[in-house]
Every structure is written in C-alpha cells, then in structure tokens.
Design a protein around this ligand. Structure first.
Ligand code: NAD
Length: 463
C-alpha cells in the first residue's frame, strides 16, 4: 500500500512541476492535447469497441453512438472554439470608478482529479478531460475499476497521445481512490453515485477544494396521449430506447420510470411492449443490440428489486433473468408500490415502472414530492403542460418529446441539481468548470476623490 502512496506522490510531483513550467497554459499545448485525443479516438476506435464489448457487451454501434462519436463531436467543438474561450473579455465598468477598465482572464485551476463511472467508461472519462486540458490544467484521471478493460486501455493509450507528464491515468478501486482523495487538488470532478459523492465532497472539504459532482437519481418520463400515429410511433421509439438502450438502462440520464394518465396506461403498455419487441426481438436474451449488466453484484441488486412479492406481482412484461450471462429482460411493471425500493432508489437497469395518475397534470406534484432528478422527459404536444413543467418543476435538464439528446448539445450545461449533483460541463461550460475567471482592473491617475480616504473630520454631516 505504501508503494501505491509513494508512486502517487511521484506522479503528482511531476504533474505539479509540469504545471509550474507554464507550458500547459499556452494555446499550442491545449490544442495539441485536444488533437491528441482526436487521434486517439480515430486511430484506436477498434480497440475501444473491443474494450467496451469486454466490459459491458456493448455493441459497437451503441459504443459509437454513446461514447466515441459524442467524444469526437466534443473535441471538435472545443478545437473550434478554444481561441475564443481563452480570449480575455473586456467588460464595461460603472461610472463610479471612471476612468478604470475591467477585463476577465480565464486561467487554469492547476492540478485536477477526475473520477469516472463504469457505464460509459470511455465517454465519461474523456469528456471531462477535454474540458480540463482545454482550460490548461494538469490532470489525474481515475477510471472506474468496474470496467477494467476500458480502464487499462485508457492507461495504455492516454500517455501515447497526450503529454504524459501533464495527464496521467491512475487505475484502481476504492483504496487507490481514497489515497488520491487524501491529496490536495485544485479541483475534483466526480461522476458516480451520491454515496461516493459524499465521500469525495468530505475529502475535498479538508483542503477547500472545489468539486463538481455529476450524480444520478430517478429520471421520470411523463407521457401524454398522442393523437397522431406517426408522432406516437416516434415518441415510443425515443421513450423505449431512452430506457433500455443506453447500456441496458445503466445510464444516469436514462428513463427511470414513466408517469401516465390511467386511461392511457393500458394502451401505452401495449405500445411499449411492441416497440421493445421491435428493438430487441422476440427473445431479447439473444439480441446483440443490448449491453449486459456490469457485474454480478449489480445483477443481484436489480434482481432483488424484483424479489419483493408486491413488486413481482406488478410485472406486466418480461421479468426473466439469467445470472450466468448477467442478463435481465427488458421488464415493465405496472404500479409497483411507491414505498418499494424500486420506486425509491435509482434503478440503473432494464426495469421500467409505469405509474398511473388520475390526470397527466398530477405528474407535476409527483415529481415535486421527490428528489430533483438529473433529467426530466416530457412527451406532450400540450403547450400549457410544457409551460407548467418548465416553471413548476426542477431538474438537471428538461427535454420535451425525446430522451438523452440534451447530453449531445454542447451549447447547454450538463449537470444535476439538488441530489442529482452540482456544477456542470460540456462545451464552454466544461472550459469554465476547469477555469478561474480572473477579473483584472486597470486604472490611471487622472481623477481621484478626496472622500474615499479617511479622515473625514472636516466633513459636516448636518446633524
Ligand atoms: P460509484 O460512485 O460507485 O463510482 C464512481 C467512482 O468513484 C469510480 O471511479 C470509483 O472507483 C470511485 N469510488 C468508489 N468507491 C469509492 C470510495 N469509497 N472513495 C472514493 N472513490 C470511490 O459510481 P458507479 O457505480 O461507477 O456509477 C453509477 C452511478 O453514477 C449512478 O448513480 C449514476 O447515476 C451515476 N452517474 C452519473 C452520471 C452523470 O453524468 N451525472 C453519469 C454516469 C453515472
């Protein structure tokens, strides 16, 4: 264990020296790192697909859609905008301090620690890294030990494509993570569970290190009635894939459960069944279009959610499991008890509770009575309902008539609120997350006011 500590000490020392050399601050260095990432993604696509398949059984189309493709988009966006993001911004000053000028200079924070989770082990490791290097920081990236092939691949490839004295990948589980957290960082960026988020924040508090916590929670999908059959069909595809497709439901922004009007529920369930069949076949165990559950522990956790007899009784579709293949069938549950675990913890798997309401507007109260979700999805054409959802609910993001696409949009911040986390990233927001916006004021000697300075003995207050 001491060896791990000594090794980390050496690594961190080298990173600090690289930062002190000031080379990471230049635009040239930042661009070279981003281009390095782009080359890594392009040259090693096959190896990435292989590692994602080994860790999660992820199909390469899904791997490209959810990880490699998104990363290429994000690196390109950063490369296109970096110069502008780095540019000093002049801002107006109040007359009171005339003739001063003011500007804002973004500067890197320094030494950054990134922890990522296993469900998108490449995407959620490299997406924050894009922001960290774009902002000119030196970085330790610790991928999740639960996706060992991806973690090993990152440890092998990152030093080949990026400045190995400024960006390091440290592999390991809880013990290594704890050793890392003992050190003083200038920023910790964490993607993972609220439980570990608390541990990270507690450790960060000791050094007053700022943190971004990208956590999870239960993301509801509110589904209103659709008249138009074409729109209904598209909505169903987006809804069903938003539940079962990203990593078999093991996605922070995946649909956790559905809220629907009780009159529409029976028809909706039939539509979900039909759409699920179209996507994953009559025998979903044989499909190649679905990832597997990450490990036995998570498989058993999901199975135990179904073991509650009242929950089991609510299954209206699916429900079969296969421990040897870490497979859980896409499953629909109608009105499982609201007090059951399945309705109170993040499901993170292919189990889909459908909760019926007297009327669709009741979904607002339902959502507000629970922790603020990372994402809220609302399928509706009703503009009044849309307006009410915007103004009367709170969530990390709110998407109408689709799922997951908010993750792809570089011009909006991605992050949680309340228990789903705080801080955000993507696009310029990533750059800002890893920067300090330093205000600079300049002034001359043209004017000066006597009343700024004591003593004021001669001034009559008129009392
Ligand atoms: P996790 O909290 O178990 O692990 C996340 C990271 O923390 C890993 O790198 C892990 O090695 C490290 N870690 C584990 N135990 C630790 C400890 N005791 N001390 C310090 N570090 C420790 O999360 P996970 O299981 O990898 O991911 C699933 C969770 O992440 C879900 O809650 C999901 O919603 C959330 N998530 C959020 C986002 C997002 O962008 N908001 C994305 C993906 C996943």
């Amino acid at each position: 264990m001491e060896m791990v500590g000594d090794l980390l000490e050496e690594e961190v020392k080298e990173l600090r020296e690289s930062y002190r050399s000031r080379r990471t601050k230049s635009e040239v260095w930042r661009k070279s790192q981003l281009k390095g990432l782009l080359s890594l993604l392009n040259d090693k696509e096959e190896e990435i697909f292989k590692a994602l398949f080994q860790d999660l059984g992820k199909h390469q189309v899904e791997a490209y859609r959810d990880e490699v493709g998104i990363l290429i988009k994000s690196v390109n966006f950063a490369l296109q905008n970096l110069k502008q993001w780095m540019t000093t911004k002049k801002v107006p000053v109040p007359n009171l301090i005339y003739p001063s000028t003011a500007e804002i200079v973004p500067e890197p924070l320094g030494l950054v620690l990134i922890f990522s989770s296993w469900n998108f082990p490449i995407g959620l490791s490299l997406e924050p890294l894009i922001g960290a290097v774009a902002a000119g920081n030196v970085v330790v990236l610790k991928p999740s030990e639960l996706a060992p092939s991806c973690s090993a691949l990152l440890a092998k490839l990152v030093p080949l494509y990026l400045d190995s004295k400024a960006v390091k990948v440290v592999q390991g589980g809880e013990v290594v993570a704890e050793r890392l957290l003992e050190k003083k960082w200038d920023k910790i960026f964490f993607t993972g569970s609220p439980r570990v988020g608390r541990i990270v924040m507690t450790a960060a508090a000791k050094h007053l290190t700022p943190v971004t916590l990208e956590l999870g929670g239960k993301c509801p999908a509110v589904v209103d009635y659709f008249e138009n059959s074409r729109e209904k069909k598209i909505a169903l595809k987006r809804l069903v894939s938003g539940k079962y497709s990203p990593c078999s439901g093991q996605a922070c922004v995946g649909v956790d459960y559905i809220l629907v009007d009780e009159n529409f529920a029976p028809a909706l369930i039939e539509l979900i069944k039909a759409t699920t069949k179209r996507m994953f076949g009559e025998n979903p165990k044989e499909t190649h279009s679905s990832s597997r559950i990450i490990n036995k522990q998570h498989f058993l956790r999901l199975k135990s959610l179904l073991d509650d007899p009242k929950v089991k009784a609510s299954i209206v579709h699916g429900g079969s499991t296969d421990e040897d293949n870490l497979f859980i069938e896409p499953t629909i549950l109608l009105n499982p008890p609201l007090k059951a675990h399945i309705m109170n913890e993040e499901i993170f798997g292919p189990l889909l509770p459908v909760i019926t309401l007297k009327k669709i507007e009741d979904s607002i109260e339902f959502i507000n009575s629970r922790p603020k979700p990372l994402a809220l999805y609302v399928f509706t054409k009703n503009e009044t309902l849309k307006r009410r959802m915007i103004s009367e609910t709170s969530s990390g993001s709110l998407t109408f008539n689709d799922t997951i696409i908010q993750y792809l949009c570089d011009t909006i911040p991605f992050g949680g609120v309340g228990q789903s986390g705080f801080g955000n990233y993507h696009g310029k927001f990533s750059f800002d997350t890893f920067s300090h916006n330093k205000p600079i004021m300049r002034t001359g000697f043209l004017t000066d006011f006597w009343f700024r300075y004591p003593p004021w003995n001669d001034y009559k207050l008129g009392i």
